[in-house]
Write a protein that binds this ligand. Structure first.
Ligand SMILES: NC(=O)c1ccc[n+]([C@@H]2O[C@H](COP(=O)([O-])OP(=O)(O)OC[C@H]3O[C@@H](n4cnc5c(N)ncnc54)[C@H](OP(=O)(O)O)[C@@H]3O)[C@@H](O)[C@H]2O)c1
Length: 275
């Protein structure tokens, strides 16, 4: 099928970080399926090039690759400048790149905690800040503009043995909820995706490092395509929060309606025995 006769100026474009793997890769595929041009970001340029070629062939969209390490200070600003240089207009900013390390806080090197903070918190915040001027300009021209930030159900309560990771995701959720309200009326919506356990390299990595995680029953692990479809729909609607899957929704509801001291105790019990 020939490429649609549209210009880069009016074709909707989604920029997806963490597009080389897992949820980010599937989100890039979902936006391409919906006819969006895509800008693919992660460190692994080879994987991004391969995905870009597949998306061009399968969906007749433009796919751009911009390899970047978003944990490095200044990387987001450089990326925004590169996008501007290519004269690309971003309609959807998807901040999916993230890193998880699991285990007792005291057993992790300080650099491991810092790695999670640098990417999950600093990198994500820098992305929103760096792209906001162009997103606002786009919205002012009457385009529907969306931000999709990826947090986790770990954002809703403390998680012993995942302490720093859960804290970074609580930050992402709090930032997203604040910005969803701050940006009301500007034409920019902010959706925070809070997946439960999802079948990606991140989960298999955690299971590889801890055999207890590999014993978690299959029904508690969501397939990536289902998570991504619910995230895409929620983002298109402009929902502030998306928790994919009935089990995860029940979990969040339970943790929000239970006294904090009890949530903490239960978290400690689960963390010590299951993680
Ligand atoms: N899987 C789950 O169970 C689960 C549950 C809840 C939330 N999440 C969240 O979902 C998001 C995606 O996770 P996933 O499960 O899809 O994991 P994944 O398959 O490991 O993908 C992580 C992505 O982040 C990129 N990335 C890592 N470090 C980076 C850096 N310094 N700079 C730029 N990109 C970087 C990776 O690409 P490169 O290595 O090529 O840079 C990769 O594309 C994360 O934010 C994660 O916290 C996952």
């Amino acid at each position: 099928m020939p490429r649609k006769t549209t210009t880069a100026a009016n074709q909707p474009t989604a920029l997806v970080t963490g597009a080389s793997s897992g949820i980010g890769q599937a989100l890039a595929q979902r936006y391409a399926l919906a006819g969006y041009d895509v800008v693919l970001v992660a460190r692994s340029a080879d994987k991004l090039q391969e995905l870009a070629q597949t998306l061009r062939t399968d969906h007749q969209v433009q796919a751009h690759v911009l390899a970047a390490d978003l944990s490095v200070p200044g990387a987001a600003a450089k990326l925004a400048a590169a996008v501007q240089k290519k004269k690309l207009n971003i309609d959807v900013l998807v901040n999916c790149a993230g890193v998880l390390h699991q285990g007792p806080f005291a057993d992790m090197q300080p650099s491991i905690h810092q790695q999670m903070i640098d990417l999950n918190i600093s990198g994500l915040t820098a992305m929103v800040a760096a792209f906001l001027p162009s997103l606002r300009e786009r919205a002012a021209q009457g385009h529907r503009v969306r931000i999709l930030n990826v947090a986790s159900i770990a954002a809703f309560q403390p998680v012993p043995m995942l302490a720093t990771y859960a804290a970074t995701k609580a930050y992402v959720l709090s930032l997203g909820e604040s910005l969803a309200e701050e940006f009301k009326g500007t034409g920019i919506t902010v959706t925070t995706l809070c997946p439960g356990m999802t079948a990606t390299a991140m989960l298999s990595g955690a299971a590889g490092a801890n055999s207890k995680i590999s014993q978690i029953p299959g029904f508690m692990i969501s397939p990536v395509d289902s998570v991504v479809q619910q995230a895409f729909d929620a983002c298109q609607r402009g929902d502030a929060i998306c928790v994919p899957g009935a089990i995860n929704q029940a979990f969040v509801l339970g943790s929000r309606s239970t006294p904090k001291w009890l949530v903490r105790k239960l978290g400690g019990l689960v963390g010590r025995n299951a993680l």
